[in-house]
Design a protein around this ligand. Structure first.
Ligand code: HPA
Length: 274
């Protein structure tokens, strides 16, 4: 058996020993959304450290656990704290939790993140639904022998973020009164924020927001045939687009400021996507 698949199988078995719960929808929570998982109807939590072979996150403010439970009656699994490529893990480990949630039964995935705005029409505090992504700044999570058990060698990526899901997200935003932006997310490795020249490059490439996660997880999930939606919280305008310098504190501050709205949006998406 393929080494990567073996690792997934070990993690799956480890989780299955602790809980027999089939999620319909999986969620990955970005900055500022971490405590959303505490507010749902929780069935059980499993710390990443309790799962054999699981990559463990090191970023301050990221809790590392799966939360199993219900949102509006929908069975969900939530990744409270994600694994980032800049932490030094191989890309196969970065997407392992995503794949694991798929193997647990999730057919839908809601990806969230904090991102820098590239589009001058945006401002800090906005929410942007991902219409597509550019992931050429990071290695593909599908490099290496194909995990045939999960999906094909050359998966189609023409509709990573499903049209149907996009409609649900637009609808949900309207219901909760959010003026939702839409655009293309560019994933770079980080951990340094971009230079102004890199920001201009990302914009020239067609990007509307830039960040350090998400696209790789979307690729791994799409490979498995999972239906995906993605939402960025624009926590700041990217480097060089506004006065001053960037820092993680500012990102966190904006994310926290709009987290209530963000949570309402996620809840409504889950409710409407059923
Ligand atoms: N760049 C990259 N990642 C980010 C940013 C940014 O400006 N803001 C939040 N995450």
């Amino acid at each position: 058996m393929n080494v990567q698949y073996q690792k997934l199988a070990t993690c799956l078995e480890s989780v299955r020993k602790k809980i027999n719960f089939k999620p319909e929808t999986a969620l990955i929570l970005g900055s500022g959304l971490g405590d959303y998982a505490d507010e749902i109807q929780i069935e059980q939590t499993i710390a990443y450290t309790e799962i054999e072979g699981f990559p463990v996150s090191t970023v301050a403010g990221h809790k590392g656990r799966f939360v199993f439970g219900y949102i509006q009656g929908v069975p969900v699994v939530i990744m409270q704290g994600r694994v980032h490529y800049y932490e030094g893990y191989p890309m196969s480990d970065v997407v392992l939790p995503t794949r694991l949630m798929g193997m647990l039964g999730a057919k839908k995935l809601i990806l969230t993140n904090a991102a820098g705005g590239l589009n001058y029409e945006f401002q800090a505090g906005d929410f942007m639904m991902l219409t597509d992504h550019i992931a050429i700044g990071v290695p593909s999570p599908l490099i290496g022998s194909n995990l045939d058990e999960l999906g094909p060698r050359f998966p189609d990526m023409s509709q990573v973020y499903s049209e149907e899901f996009k409609k649900v997200v637009r609808d949900a935003a309207q219901t909760v009164g959010i003026s939702l932006k839409e655009g293309v997310y560019v994933q770079l490795t980080g951990p340094a924020y971009e230079t102004p020249a890199e920001v201009r490059l990302c914009r020239a490439l067609g990007g509307d927001a830039v960040g350090m996660s998400t696209a790789c997880e979307a690729i791994a999930a799409r490979h498995m045939g999972i239906e995906i939606c993605g939402i960025s919280c624009i926590t700041n305008m990217a480097a060089g687009m506004s006065k001053g310098t960037l820092n993680h504190g500012e990102v966190q501050e904006t994310a926290d400021r709009v987290s209530k709205q963000f949570k309402e949006l996620i809840t409504e998406i889950v409710r409407k996507s059923r």
